[in-house]
Design a protein around this ligand. Sequence first.
Ligand SMILES: [Zn+2]
Length: 128
Amino acid sequence: MLAVARLLPRKIRNTLLKSTSYVMGKISSSGITSIRCLGCKNITVIQPKEFNFSVVSVSEELMGTQTCHRTAVSKPCKKCGKALQVTYSVWEYPEDTFHGTDVWAENAVVIGKTGFRVTNDESVKLAI
Ligand SMILES: [Zn+2]
């Protein structure tokens, strides 16, 4: 996904990086997500504030608690009406530490990803 984000023109990429941040529970979201419709190639943008995270799994591992925060955003393509969906899983492990992001899309290709971090994480590990 990182490689794909680099394909965006510099101007758009800079705009993505400068767009607003949003905090939902323990997850801070920064920058928009852009997806390309598989039906008509139209690009749809999802703002950080549209992500509504909830905890979907908690487990005790070797280094402590592992928590999976998940959000799914669905919207129709403005051009062809196809139902588009983006889902992010943000992993917190151990507690208060950002551990990675998974993203997948339905009926679309992700071409720009939002960066996430765990709000209590002191180390800077912004994943874009
Ligand atoms: Zn479309």
